[in-house]
Design a protein around this ligand. Structure first.
Ligand SMILES: [Zn+2]
Ligand SMILES: [Zn+2]
Length: 114
């Protein structure tokens, strides 16, 4: 009988079906650490999993220049898809690059027409 009065739990390893003894101290340790429940893997299986995670190649690398966030929206003037570097605000007019250039060329007086 353990002096603490808590019992040693016997759990079956999820991976290899081996029975593992989990002491009360271990149960508390795992509960405190990050495991929401008592561990259900034996030590060798846990180690193997950790190793596998380390060896797994890192996620696909995306070149930093291409990761700039672009928001897809539609041009208020012609309806074409416009990619803008900021989140489109509701109710705010968004122009595709063509319309933007056209407006620039026509001058600011064009803005009141629509
Ligand atoms: Zn195991
Ligand atoms: Zn447009």
């Amino acid at each position: 009988m353990p002096p603490s009065g808590k019992t040693v739990q016997r759990l079956q390893c999820k991976d290899c079906q081996r029975w593992v003894e989990v002491s009360a101290g271990e149960q508390e340790f795992f509960a405190k650490k990050r495991f929401p429940q008592t561990p259900v893997r034996c030590e060798p299986c846990r180690r193997a999993r950790k190793q596998a995670r380390r060896e797994r190649p890192t996620a696909e690398r995306v070149s930093p220049s291409d990761t700039r966030t672009r928001f897809d929206t539609s041009c208020t003037t012609c309806g074409a898809v416009a990619k803008i570097p900021f989140r489109p605000a509701p109710g705010r007019s968004v122009l595709c690059s063509d319309c933007y250039l056209a407006r620039q060329q026509q001058g600011s007086s064009y803005g009141e027409a629509a």
